[in-house]
Write a protein that binds this ligand. Structure first.
Ligand SMILES: Cc1cc2nc3c(=O)[nH]c(=O)nc-3n(C[C@H](O)[C@H](O)[C@H](O)COP(=O)(O)OP(=O)(O)OC[C@H]3O[C@@H](n4cnc5c(N)ncnc54)[C@H](O)[C@@H]3O)c2cc1C
Length: 488
């Protein structure tokens, strides 16, 4: 069946009526002070496809594109009303398509992440939605380039690319359960305003960031709660040149990059300040509200992201604590704008133009996979015999960098969810080592994982095999054909 016909049909029809039982849900401890309601069994409409991608964020968009382009009938489930995830809500720039060549004299500049992630940047460039790969002029021992994006155009471009590839995109649709048969997932339960349904598939990829599908399918996970939660806001009516002068007047410029902004080359597109050098009234208040001085932009008079951090007492999978954090972060955003108005010339009339619809997290559940990438693997630049792409950025740079400004490999086994035969994971949920995760969780790495996982899921579906039975030679051939770069 033509992929486009399939996506139209799957969205229009709820075929059959075989109810499966959702199993493997995270066990809820019974609280003796609570009353319990026994949910009655119910028949759900079933639809069928080859590959389900849970979560249409940073990794999920790329996974769905990769799976559909392999010819798999692909359904993407996304809780929000648009694709994009944390790449359009959390960070400041896409780290990183390049190796850290600028920090290592003599090392060759090379674009190490290509394929579908690069294609997305190219599409964004066509509509004025990115700075492109602008070279850092100061602070390049952290990243050699700054790739800032227009977050609204990213959502649109991702949506269009998914439609063109024939992906059955289900937005405003929450994955709520997994239907298990032995060590395999038979299907998932999804809920939207249309109701509840079961979606059967041959292969599954969890790209929910929180590992919702893995947890509901009974995979093992941990929740270290070792990062603050964040709501990043877009601030308008500001002047980045004046912000630069303010930082420079205190000898506080950390990172500086010029690139395409407002359609003009050679404009400031990234700035960060060194808190210790700034006036104490500014830096102390910024410290209290967890404000990061880094910003990037592709538009005049607009800071694309100003981050407010808050450390929660428990994991962000706790609903009630999240509600408190959401309120506190919004209070902090208001205080941050006040700070800009009061201290930074050119920002006297700044206002909040955009906030994330919900707080963001750098990691929540960490899923046990067949291999857990270690800190040594990352900084030593290790490559594996089942690499699915290479990566060269570390968020702890310059303190921690990948050896010689090179790359390490992400092995296929690191994406295979332990003890489940047809489930892969991609994105911030892999890698338990905090320092290794400081590398693997970054946007461009998540996108690369997405391309690998989506391709593998589609090949498994086509060959009717489990993830552990997929031939690496076949996977590598497909990835190379689709533009993925390897260094072994
Ligand atoms: C504050 C912050 C700043 C950051 N700064 C940077 C930066 O500057 N540069 C950089 O490269 N990286 C940065 N990162 C890291 C990076 O942005 C993330 O690690 C990465 O985007 C995560 O991608 P992901 O695909 O794992 O998850 P996401 O992009 O979050 O995608 C998960 C998607 O799944 C959906 N979803 C979740 N649960 C369900 C469900 N049950 N059913 C259906 N859909 C569901 C979500 O709505 C979301 O769209 C930052 C992260 C944070 C939090």
């Amino acid at each position: 069946m033509d992929r486009r016909d399939f996506s139209k049909r799957t969205l229009a029809l709820g075929i059959g009526a075989i109810a499966g039982s959702a199993s493997g849900s995270p066990k809820e401890a019974k609280d003796p002070s609570m009353n319990y309601y026994e949910e009655p069994a119910k028949q759900l409409p079933v639809r069928k496809c080859d590959v389900v991608i849970a979560g249409g964020g940073t990794a999920g968009v790329v996974a769905a594109l990769a799976a559909a382009r392999q010819g798999a009938r692909t359904v993407l489930l996304e809780a929000k009303g648009y694709p994009g995830g944390t790449v359009v809500e959390g960070g400041t720039a896409l780290h990183s398509f390049y190796n850290l060549w600028k920090a290592f004299p003599g090392v060759k500049k090379r674009q190490v992440v290509r394929g579908i992630p690069h294609e997305i940047v190219e599409r964004l460039a066509k509509v004025g939605g990115t700075t492109g790969y602008a070279e850092m002029l100061r602070g390049y021992d952290y990243d050699s380039v700054c790739t800032a994006i227009d977050t609204e155009l990213y959502k649109l471009v991702a949506f269009e690319m998914l439609a063109e590839a024939g992906v059955g995109v289900c937005v405003n649709t929450l994955l709520t359960g997994a239907i298990k048969e032995g060590d395999r997932i038979k299907g998932v339960i999804a809920e939207s305003h249309s109701g509840r349904e079961a979606i059967y598939a041959k292969s599954f990829v969890d790209c929910t960031a929180y590992g919702d599908l893995c947890a509901r399918a009974g995979a093992k996970f941990t929740e270290p709660n070792d990062y603050p939660v964040v709501n990043s806001m877009g601030v308008a009516n500001v002047n980045i040149e004046k912000y630069y002068e303010f930082l420079e007047s205190h000898d506080a410029v950390g990172q500086y990059c010029e690139g395409l902004r407002g359609g003009k080359e050679g404009q400031i597109v990234r700035l960060s300040g060194r808190a210790a050098k700034l006036p104490p009234e500014f830096s102390q208040e910024a410290g209290k509200i967890g404000m990061d001085t880094t910003t990037t932009t592709v538009h005049d008079n607009y800071f694309m992201f100003i981050k407010l951090n808050l450390k929660m007492p428990v994991s962000p999978t706790n609903r009630d604590e999240v509600a408190k954090a959401e309120l506190e972060l919004r209070k902090r955003q208001a205080r941050a704008v006040e700070l800009f108005r009061k201290f930074v010339p050119g920002c006297e009339k700044a206002f909040i133009a955009r906030t994330s619809p919900s707080l963001c997290i750098r990691r929540a559940r960490l899923i046990q996979c067949d291999y857990d990438i270690s800190h040594a693997d990352v900084v030593d630049g290790k490559h594996f015999d089942d690499d699915v792409f290479v990566y060269g950025f570390h968020d702890s740079a310059p303190q921690l960098q990948i050896k010689d400004g090179g790359t390490y490999g992400i092995p296929y086994r690191a994406l295979r969810v332990a003890a489940i035969a047809n489930l892969l994971a991609a994105g911030m949920m892999i890698t338990s080592d905090h320092r290794a995760h400081m590398s693997t969780r970054n946007t461009v790495c998540c996108m690369g994982q997405g391309q690998a996982a989506g391709t593998a899921a589609a090949l498994c579906a086509a060959k009717n095999c489990d993830t552990r039975d997929l031939s690496y030679a076949d996977l590598r051939k497909a990835l190379e054909k689709d533009g993925v770069h390897f260094e072994n």
